[in-house]
Design a protein around this ligand. Structure first.
Ligand SMILES: *[C@@H]1O[C@H](CO)[C@@H](O)[C@H](O)[C@H]1NC(C)=O
Ligand SMILES: *[C@@H]1O[C@H](CO)[C@@H](O)[C@H](O)[C@H]1NC(C)=O
Ligand SMILES: *[C@@H]1O[C@H](CO)[C@@H](O)[C@H](O)[C@H]1NC(C)=O
Ligand SMILES: *[C@@H]1O[C@H](CO)[C@@H](O)[C@H](O)[C@H]1NC(C)=O
Ligand SMILES: *[C@@H]1O[C@H](CO)[C@@H](O)[C@H](O)[C@H]1NC(C)=O
Length: 498
């Protein structure tokens, strides 16, 4: 071995030790309380604090390519620069209903959808509950300019959850995929409520929807208490996925968490399929109610423990135990857990659901959806029918399928005393780090060590109000945006030198 070679080895050895030290400083071995001031870069507190009968909260935020930040709040939209200095605001209130003679005081126009419309320049889609759930297409550089308005009932009202994303369709036209909770108010006709739709971004008015691009609740489901609480949506290899909690089916009193999907290239949404996601504690108890989820890469260590390639996408989710006996209510308690799912397991669950609905009949149909049917074609395999459930152009094999067996995972982290409300992850060296918001305004940092263990290493108090589900992290700058009900915070994800 030459002298040069020895030098090189020892230098790289030193670098290696250096990296380990940095990681150790970032991830203290015992849990500790971090101070927000060590991380905070900028913040914006909700200025709308008038003493009027409404809940003046923030609802959503989104970032544009120009570096501007948009916040949708009750009755307000805000635009900020990257330092979170307010550039502009616009009222979204309904001033047709005054309170004590003052305009804009009675209705709460919650912001339900806030997405940058990537299909055209400088456009922002904003939807609220008032004015019949109509959305506006606004100018990104001047949010007071409403360029056009949508058809009614796109989004849900006050307490109706709504999730959406812009994704492709078969002809490469992009569509807005939306899932909305039925409340009895946000409907044109009670008999036909479209819970999931894909909507046209270029129609006039915008966001119109054709019958075949909707999945309707059955009349029976809109007549009883069958509330679906949607928490997020994401897009993966030709499908749009939704995550929600609700009763297992129409005749069940048991609440579960589900992942469902529609095929983006299908001629219609008939191949809608759902499966139950189960998250169990170490004592076998079930965390029945999903609160938030994040679809993102597994860092090298986590990926290796599963035999996956580094950066393969996995599904991270936070769940809560429900009030009362297991699965008997939709009300979450301060007892939550983190579960992670491999997409191969989830995809296998969807294929099995479709197989059952083609081969084994009625047990696999979804009774709470309008027109769901299954068949008994024992020799037909599911693989060619995941997007279009029609054989030989005429024979319908199934419409809407559900899985019978849940996709299960054991919690990596359980936190009695905490209700987690949001999650995002990032990769630091070989580590996967999850950032979890809580209902009491804390940010928890968790090292996901492998597919069976995670360690909470830091808790940072952001605010006294719940952390909302929208959260971003920029992998290049490792800067995060976190939204609570009253504050938007831009912060460093880590501050290893403190
Ligand atoms: C909206 O902007 C105007 C003009 O800059 C400002 O006077 C007002 O306080 C802002 N309103 C809110 C709620 O921030
Ligand atoms: C959307 O609407 C436009 C205008 O009506 C129509 O030309 C287009 O085919 C529609 N796109 C889709 C994907 O339905
Ligand atoms: C990261 O993982 C790779 C592959 O497992 C390993 O070769 C490398 O030493 C690890 N790096 C650190 C800093 O742990
Ligand atoms: C996961 O990590 C924990 C903590 O480091 C360790 O005790 C356990 O053996 C690991 N499990 C696997 C399957 O690698
Ligand atoms: C991350 O931040 C950099 C610098 O501000 C910006 O150029 C880039 O677009 C950001 N990336 C994402 C995914 O937002």
């Amino acid at each position: 071995m030459t002298y040069d070679r020895v030098m090189w080895t020892s230098v790289s050895g030193l670098t290696f030790v250096g990296l380990l030290l940095i990681i150790d400083v970032c991830m203290a071995s015992a849990e500790w309380q971090g101070d927000l001031s060590a991380y905070e870069l900028a913040s914006f507190h909700n200025p709308d604090q008038e003493d009027v009968p409404r809940a003046q909260t923030f609802n959503h935020f989104t970032l544009s390519d120009h570096g501007d930040v948009y916040v949708g709040a009750v009755n307000w939209l805000y635009r900020f620069n990257s330092r979170l200095e307010q550039i502009q605001n616009a009222s979204t209130c309904d001033d047709s209903m005054p309170y004590n003679g003052m305009p804009c005081r009675r209705t709460n126009n919650y912001n339900k959808i806030l997405v940058v419309d990537s299909t055209r320049p400088n456009s922002l889609i904003t939807c609220g509950g008032v004015f019949d759930g109509i959305c506006q297409l606004r100018h990104l550089r001047d949010i007071s300019i409403v360029e056009s308005e949508s058809t009614p009932n796109v989004a849900g009202f006050e307490d109706a959850t709504t999730v959406s994303l812009i994704g492709p369709k078969r002809d490469s036209n992009k569509m807005l995929y939306v899932a909305v909770t039925y409340t009895g108010e946000n409907v044109i006709s009670k008999a036909q409520f479209p819970a999931i739709t894909r909507r046209n971004l270029t129609s006039n008015p915008i966001l119109s929807v054709l019958l075949h691009n909707a999945v309707f609740l059955s009349g029976a489901a809109s007549g009883v208490d069958f509330t679906i609480k949607y928490v997020t949506t994401f897009d993966f290899t030709g499908f749009t996925y939704f995550i929600a909690s609700h009763k297992e089916d129409l005749m069940s009193a048991h609440y579960v968490s589900k992942i469902s999907r529609v095929c983006q290239t299908g001629p219609n949404l008939d191949a809608y399929t759902e499966i139950t996601m189960q998250c169990s504690g170490s004592d076998g108890s079930v965390y029945s109610l999903v609160q938030a989820a994040h679809f993102g890469p597994a860092g090298p260590d986590l990926a290796a423990s599963w035999g996956l390639h580094a950066d393969k996408q996995v599904l991270y989710a936070v769940f809560a135990k429900n009030q009362g006996a297991q699965g008997t209510s939709h009300i979450p308690t301060d007892h939550s857990a983190v579960c992670v799912y491999r997409m191969t397991d989830i995809l296998a669950g969807f294929t099995e659901a479709v197989r059952g609905c083609i081969q084994d009949g009625e047990d696999y149909k979804i009774s709470y959806l309008h027109g769901s049917t299954c068949s008994k074609f024992r020799n037909v395999q599911p693989d060619n029918f995941l997007c279009n459930p029609v054989a030989d152009d005429t024979n319908s094999l199934y419409k809407y399928a559900k899985g019978i067996t849940p996709v299960s995972s054991t919690a990596l982290l359980e936190e009695p005393g905490t209700l987690m409300s949001s999650i995002i992850t990032s990769t630091e060296f070989n580590h996967t780090v999850a950032f979890l918001g809580t209902s009491r305004g804390a940010l928890l940092k968790v090292h996901i060590e492998n597919n069976t263990a995670a360690r909470l290493y830091e808790r940072v108090i952001l605010d006294s109000r719940p952390v909302l589900t929208d959260m971003t992290i920029n992998d290049t700058t490792t800067e995060m945006h976190v939204l609570t009900e009253q504050t938007l915070i831009k912060m460093r994800a880590e501050n290893c030198g403190q």
